[in-house]
Design a protein around this ligand. Structure first.
Ligand code: GTP
Length: 375
């Protein structure tokens, strides 16, 4: 009864998360279905009514278990946006079909063995996808291990049952542990993963421009504060501001979607050309900024000159047309006496003035604190 209640509660939580809050809705739908399929499939020794599985032949229960684990694997692949591992998913499906056929033909023990083998594969598949899908900077190994361990346990247990004890109940300690792993830890850990992914996405959106993927103004404020603190300790930084030339004309000719594509194109070029500590920011409209920690005026000028050329050389490809873009640049280096104050925006103002000069002297050029750079 307790297991059934936990299971129905988890199904309800997935329905609310996916259906109401739209958190990973397709993955939540698979998890919801998986919870329902697990209801009759719970391996339970000597359970009678009202246990839903009490009325069904044992090979049907095992098939429900396989289906439940298959839906779980599908949900994991949707949640982590991974393609299911065909080498495991294909055989698990084939085992399910063979188990169904042999059950219908009256070969119950064979059907049970095949379904248990399928369950071992499906559980291994989910564990493998979770391990691979959570590899990265944000997930630490103890958390990843805790996520994957129950799948490994289920996989091993069902494999042993298939090979040595083809009966649909689990002996000894495993009788207690398996339902806990299946119905408590797996839904809880998957819910935590879904919510954590959403939180990371929100944190990403708060600092990035949704059109171009470049950092936004809020990120600029944080990065400038850190750069000013380093400036006070003697490490300089440089700032490049650039504005796409005649962007209104591009919008008029290509339409707003074409203008947006031009902005994404420019942002991609800037990101390709920058080094690891450099930050590419969209300041608004067609204006971008580059914050270059540890860089002096000469380095920033070299980069701006390279960017100006690269933008000219790599036209935007839009609806079969090749559209040449160009931009004007203002470049300055931070100075401790002017720019180290907590809320000083003198550096940005100097660069804006240089950008204005670049526009005034014909556009498509780089103007630094030492004058215009020859083309
Ligand atoms: N497609 C698109 N257009 C935008 C976006 N933000 C601003 N704009 C447009 O960008 C245009 C900027 O025009 P202007 O400020 O006159 O600048 P410009 O035509 O580039 O002229 P110069 O900077 O002097 O070379 C305006 O038409 C804005 O509507 C955006 O996110 N997407």
């Amino acid at each position: 009864m307790a297991n059934t209640a936990i299971l129905l509660f988890a199904a309800g939580v997935w329905a609310v998360l996916g259906g109401f809050y739209r958190i990973a809705p397709s993955a939540a739908a698979f998890f919801f279905a998986s919870q329902w399929m697990a209801l009759p499939a719970l391996p339970c020794q000597g359970c009678g009514p009202p246990w839903p599985g009490a009325w069904l032949p044992v090979w049907v229960l095992a098939l429900c278990g396989l289906l439940s684990l298959g839906l779980l694997a599908a949900g994991v692949s949707r949640l982590l946006k991974l393609r299911a591992q065909r080498r495991l998913a294909g055989p698990a499906l084939a085992l399910g079909a063979a188990a169904l056929l042999s059950g219908v033909l009256g070969q119950e023990t064979l059907s049970l063995r095949l379904a248990l083998l399928g369950m071992a594969l499906a559980a291994a598949l989910s564990g493998l996808m979770l391990w691979r899908g959570t590899t990265g900077a944000h997930e630490h190994w103890p958390w990843r291990t805790a996520l994957c361990l129950p799948y490994l346990a289920i996989s091993l247990l069902t494999l042993l049952m298939a090979l040595f004890q083809p009966a649909y109940h689990v002996p000894g300690l495993a009788t207690q542990l398996l339902p806990v792993a299946l119905h408590v830890w797996i839904p809880l850990s998957l819910m935590a993963l879904a919510v954590r992914r959403l939180w990371l996405r929100i944190a990403h959106l708060a600092r990035h421009d949704s059109l171009t993927g470049a950092l936004n103004r809020r990120a600029l404020d944080e990065m400038l504060a850190r750069a000013r603190a380093r400036l006070r300790r003697g490490q300089s930084f440089a700032w490049i501001v650039l504005d796409v030339d005649h962007f209104k004309q591009i919008n008029d000719e290509l339409g707003h979607a074409g203008g947006d594509a031009a902005l994404r194109h420019i942002a991609r070029l800037l990101m390709e050309e920058c080094r690891e500590p450099d930050a590419v920011l969209r300041l608004g409209g067609e204006e971008f900024g580059l914050l270059l920690p540890g860089c002096d005026l000469a380095g920033a000028t070299t980069l701006a000159t390279r960017l100006r050329r690269r933008i000219l050389e790599r036209p935007l490809q839009w609806e079969g047309r090749s559209v040449v873009l160009q931009a004007s640049f203002g470049v300055s280096q931070a100075r401790p006496e002017l720019d180290a104050g907590d809320s000083s925006d003198a550096l940005l103002q100097r660069s804006d003035a240089l950008l204005y000069q670049a526009k005034a002297s014909g556009r498509n050029c780089v103007v630094t604190e030492q004058g215009e750079v020859p083309a």
